[in-house]
Design a protein around this ligand. Structure first.
Ligand code: ZN
Ligand code: ZN
Length: 148
């Protein structure tokens, strides 16, 4: 995972603006690695540390980081998109009841396009999402055995 300084340098190299606000947003994203927050949650967190931060600044910065490929924007079927500071390819395990998202180190074979489908296609991205219900949600009565 790139450092805050590394990401800021990359933004600058691409001719993007690096302001103290943007740096603060990137720092929050780095600090929440693996948490898959919504834009709103990220905004709330950033705002708690930088009260002057405007929503537009946060949303624009997220958008640019996604464009750069430094931030994953994930539609996990939970209604709101989640943001994931880029780590090497991984899959997601999603509990649809709690909206809890877990990173799964993937699964290289599953992410390979079978050669017969390649026909010159250059794959740049592949998303694997396992969606379902964690044990606590699927079997809420468990742990109260003998009650029925
Ligand atoms: Zn993730
Ligand atoms: Zn659950």
């Amino acid at each position: 995972m790139p450092t805050v300084d590394g990401l800021c340098a990359e933004m600058r190299a691409q001719g993007r603006r690096v302001t103290p606000q943007r740096r603060a947003i990137i720092r929050v994203l780095q600090g929440n690695e693996g948490e898959h927050r919504t834009a709103e949650q990220i905004f709330t967190r950033v705002r708690s540390m930088s009260p002057d931060m405007s929503p537009a600044t946060v949303y624009n910065t997220l958008h640019e980081l996604v464009e750069m490929g430094a931030l994953l924007e994930l539609d996990l079927g939970l209604g709101q998109r989640r943001y994931d500071i880029s780590t090497p390819d991984h899959a997601h395990l999603v509990c649809l009841e709690w909206g809890r998202v877990e990173d799964i180190p993937c699964c290289d074979e599953a992410l390979t396009l079978p050669p017969e489908y390649e026909h010159g296609f250059r794959v740049v991205d592949c998303r694997v999402v396992f969606r379902g219900y964690c044990p606590a949600c699927a079997f809420p009565e468990e742990g109260q055995e003998g009650a029925s």
